[in-house]
Design a protein around this ligand. Structure first.
Ligand SMILES: [Zn+2]
Length: 68
């Protein structure tokens, strides 16, 4: 079953059209298409960016130790 979903605000890297990018999901395959210029880009190989929300509230600031 193919699932299609427009990505709001996405810009096509090929033709520059906005709101013409469709995210297509077919089983294990995942790609995006531009309905304006038929650009197709595989998303399979690219891991989705996963911004990890800080847990515990506030989070811990990263402290870099200088080795000296
Ligand atoms: Zn396009």
């Amino acid at each position: 079953m193919i699932k299609r979903r427009f990505i709001a605000g996405a810009t096509c890297p090929e033709c520059g059209a906005v709101d013409k990018i469709v995210r297509v999901e077919d089983g294990n395959a995942l790609w995006m298409e531009c309905v304006a210029c038929d650009m197709r880009k595989d998303l399979d190989a690219e891991p989705a960016p996963a911004p990890a929300p800080p847990e515990g509230g506030g989070g811990n600031p990263v402290v870099w130790k200088s080795g000296k």
